[in-house]
Design a protein around this ligand. Sequence first.
Ligand code: NAD
Length: 500
Amino acid sequence: MSTLEEVSHYINGEKVKGENDKYGYVYSPSNGQKIATVPYASDEEVDGAIQLAKKAAAKWAKTSVGKRVEVLFKFRQLLVENTEELARVLGKENGKTIPDAKGEVSRGIESVDLAIGAPQILKGEHSVNVGGDINAYSMKQPLGVVTCISPFNFPVMVPLAMSVMAVAVGNAMILKPSEKVPHSALLISELWEKAGLPAGIWNVVNGDKDTVNAIITHKDIQAISFVGSTKIAEMIHETGTKHHKRVNAFGGGKNHMVIMPDADLDKAVDSFLGAAYGSASQRCMAISVAMPVGKETAAVFTDKLKEKVKNLRAGSYEDETADFGAVISAEAKQGILDAIDDAVNEGANIVVDGRNPDVENKEGFYLGATLLDNITPDMNMYKEEVFGPARPIIEVGSIDEAINLINDHQYGNGVAVFTNSGRDARRFTQEIEVGMVGVNVPIPIPVGYHNFGGWKDSRFGEGQMFGPDTARFFTKTKTVSERWFELDDSDETNFNFPTS
Ligand code: NAD
């Protein structure tokens, strides 16, 4: 091992040094420097963490929901008080700017707000005298030990969105954060500990794909919530369900913004800028494609957009005036450059070229905002998720063409339509085959108390993130039929199927 800082795991209430000899490096995208090594947990380390979590889960499940929620109230307060530090830690390892990172923390806190309502959410159903003095009621019970496997692009928000409800409803969590951003999850662990969460309920096990495999195939893992790229999401769903786990796996997206001829084009342009290039376009719900309807709309929209895209500036996470930060890695940067080259080779035109941005730190993984037009549906630039600041404009002739193209697309995470026509907006929201839809709202990420989830190849399995669905995903329902005999009841045997 090198002399770099060694990131630890967080298991059973303690920071634990990795014992495996496999590890990776954590970089700061803003300057391209290695900042730490991250241990990749072995099968034995994974098993050890799960066994401790299992013991803790049995006790936590029996703790009253009111007591569990008391911890959440404190945890929420600590997240608020530590927003600045969380933003710095995540900005350093992810590259996003501090103001953007603070926004992420704030959206993460929404999941705590929802989970604080666990007592209400866990209330079951009760029917009196369903027949023969029998009462029927249902209860929601925790699953036991569950896991969340998270991506690099939201090191705080996604782990919170995936897991706080799981803890609130009585489970123990094994979080496997992206190996590219392990510090954020460890800081969250410290806050859980300060909030009084019992040891073993929240665990962070660092690692790579082998660690993930050890977790998702472990006999004591009851449910898997995954967020990441589509290929991996599909594989996790397949492997997890083969091992009889409950799985929801959220994948990538290609989120269209349709601009109708009657839209307010200045507002559409401004909305596109932030939604398409914010966070260096590394958001699963980022607008990935502009789809103006009609030649004139396309011409005016492109002209107005071009002027503003030219002025966007990439900078260090600490540069509060930068529009967005660096991309996550040198490999990611190269992949985005390759995608731009491929598009050009296929006939695309570069409207604004951000391939050689003027940045202070040349070692950082920076790309400027790139805008392309002359795009056709058969190009990879249109078909595939490009997780970085290269954005195509594809012109269509009508709303029908827009709806058909979007519905035929592999992905169905988010979509937005900009229009002043209620009729067109209504038709669009009804007919579009996408899980989250914005009307004059460019990034329609639902607030924490609504459900989040894409359609088609943007999600595998059932159950959504955020929202009441999270509580359903992390609990199992038990239904009880109950009768209390009167002292003078006569004994009777009934061989027929019971009816009411
Ligand atoms: P990724 O798929 O590379 O990694 C996600 C997680 O899976 C990480 O913890 C990683 O260690 C693990 N992993 C990677 N390869 C694996 C393998 N072969 N086997 C098992 N586990 C593996 O994703 P990423 O690059 O970290 O994140 C970006 C992707 O996540 C984008 O595609 C983005 O759209 C998607 N995303 C989706 C949502 C959503 O809600 N739909 C939200 C955020 C990000």
